[in-house]
Ligand binder design. Structure first.
Ligand code: NI
Length: 183
């Protein structure tokens, strides 16, 4: 009985140590389409630090501000920006086709990649990153509807592991600094 209890405690301790080392379960495999219409997976960006941000091109304020901060962070990283890939993932695949995304992200920085996919693919990657999103109809607006969405900036390691998360309104210097901490 005592041995069983001991084994059980060891198993618990091993389990929690592993969980701590792994950190929160954020990210993981995905299959999407990039803004050039090419199929991509998490493997496509292996070896790079990823700055992952979810949003949509009709977003009136939060997305453009965050993307601009990410763009400025890439500039602030200078030559080190080669080690980083910024990835914008749409939560509005109905409107955000590869063509729309290509034009949109080019407004911010030439090195930002944008991803779209089927409803199911977007749902899967959002779930993997624990991103909430929902359509909100705005009948009187030109856009017709907006997407409510959580807006953290995720920093993932070159091995695909989650490292940390930044607020959507983080300053470019904060973003660049957070990335540099893990180099
Ligand atoms: Ni937004």
């Amino acid at each position: 009985m005592r041995i069983l209890t001991l084994l059980f405690s060891l198993w618990l301790a091993a389990g929690s140590a592993a969980a701590a080392a792994d950190g929160p379960q954020i990210g993981g495999p995905f299959t999407m389409t990039d803004m050039h219409g090419e199929g991509v997976t998490e493997q496509s960006y292996q070896g790079k630090y990823l700055l992952v941000f979810f949003g949509f091109t009709h977003c009136p304020a939060v997305c453009p501000t965050s993307l601009l901060s990410i763009a400025h962070a890439l500039d602030a990283l200078g030559g080190d920006a080669d080690k980083v890939q910024a990835v914008f993932v749409t939560v509005d695949p109905a409107r955000d086709t590869p063509e729309v995304l290509a034009k949109y992200v080019a407004n911010f920085h030439p090195d930002i990649v944008a991803l779209t996919g089927s409803d199911a693919q977007v749902e899967a990657i959002a779930q993997a990153y624990r991103v909430y999103y929902a359509r909100v109809d705005v009948p009187d607006s030109e856009a017709g509807y907006l997407m409510d969405h959580s807006a953290a900036i995720y920093l993932m390691g070159p091995d695909g592991r989650y490292l940390t998360m930044l607020r959507h309104n983080a300053e470019p210097g904060d973003i660049a600094g957070a990335v540099r901490e893990y180099f």
